[in-house]
Design a protein around this ligand. Sequence first.
Ligand SMILES: *Cc1c(COP(=O)(O)O)cnc(C)c1O
Length: 449
Amino acid sequence: MRSDLGHALVEQFGRVPVASTLAEQLKKAREQLLKNEESVPTDSALLSEATQELEQSNRPLKTVINLTGTVLHTNLGRARLPESAINAIRNVAESPSNIEFDLSTGKRGDRDALLERLLKDLTGAEAATVVNNNAAAVMLTLNTFALGKTVPVSRGELVEIGGSFRIPEIMERSGCELVEVGATNRTRLADFKAAMTKSTAMLMKVHTSNYQVQGFTESTPEPELADLATQHDLPFMIDLGSGTLIDLAQYGIPREPTVQDALAQGATLVTFSGDKLLGGPQAGIIVGKASYINAIKQNPMKRAMRVDKMTLAGLTEVLKLYQTPETLCDTLPTIRDLARPEQAIKALGAQILQQLESLPTQGFKIELMPVKSQIGSGALPVERIPSWAIAVSSRDTPSSRAIMTLAAEFRQQPRPVIGRIYQDHLLFDLRTLHDPQPLVEAFAAVLSP
Ligand SMILES: *Cc1c(COP(=O)(O)O)cnc(C)c1O
């Protein structure tokens, strides 16, 4: 019986992991015995503990259903890619490609060439390059121009994005010295002027993407900083964070500054993410003045941050979609979800509610509720978009425990469904749901007696 279980384990997890896990269990058991503890584990206890351990460490990357109401959820992988990008990624993954090979001359080609062409056309910038993510784009830019030098930044823009990306620390690790100017709520041009010294290497503005300072505030307008930088013949970089190439207002979403805006305001370098509002794969894009982009490309650190062929293929296809902006609502999942009309979401909700009617309720109340979605990934942190959710609440009080347990059960499904808890309700925001079937199935599984 036990050796059957052993065989099954080897079949499921492979010989080496099973052997090493069992060895670890035995080692632990021996240590316990040496401490004179009387508990000698039984074989079956050892095996079942090993099974648990193996299941834990063998957990694959699962696809989940994001119904959190945050469209670009960093912890859930940000943007969903369009079909064309997925196909392009599959093609280059499967087969060799001309990524760095010029088919007309048979010589080595430029890996950024096609992407750069597209980015120049779309943004109007003189030149462009791409690295692994926007954090890398910021580091690479700072390291290229300000190594061993100083960079003044407003105290109102010393942001932290998602835990480990903090402007002061990024600057230190990029080899440059941060000079804080102004105050948290107000920074004027005069503050920057006073901070300019011989060692000032560049000017930098960070889009305060994930928070807003309200009340008595003032920040130095970009064109004034641009002028100051030009006077000193220095680059002026704007880190946009979630850069977008289109005016979101056309979809009824509050406007976020575009890359073109930043260039028009005089930025000579603009950095932004590929997988935030742009809706592509993880990447960091730098556009701007050709001489500056060339300097960045020649920084040896660029090689350590370059994107792979799959990113290149996916990003190229996403950018191609921007060449026909009027169809982005249909072609690009991020824009499709953000622009999705509230009434369409509500209609889907009514349809799902009907399908749930026949299920046992297990003491829960299930209803359709108006909610607010958010863009996520730091874009427009205080803006919310009206949406609809399937809301589950407990008929008993207090109900928060029951709701937490319920949320956990939805997460344990073969296709985990991730909602959010708000005021003792488990909310499944339907903005990002297109096929209702997996959600209905999860409800059926969770509510089955
Ligand atoms: C998100 C963000 C970054 C980091 O971008 P990643 O692509 O996640 O590395 C940097 N700066 C700002 C302002 C951001 O919003």
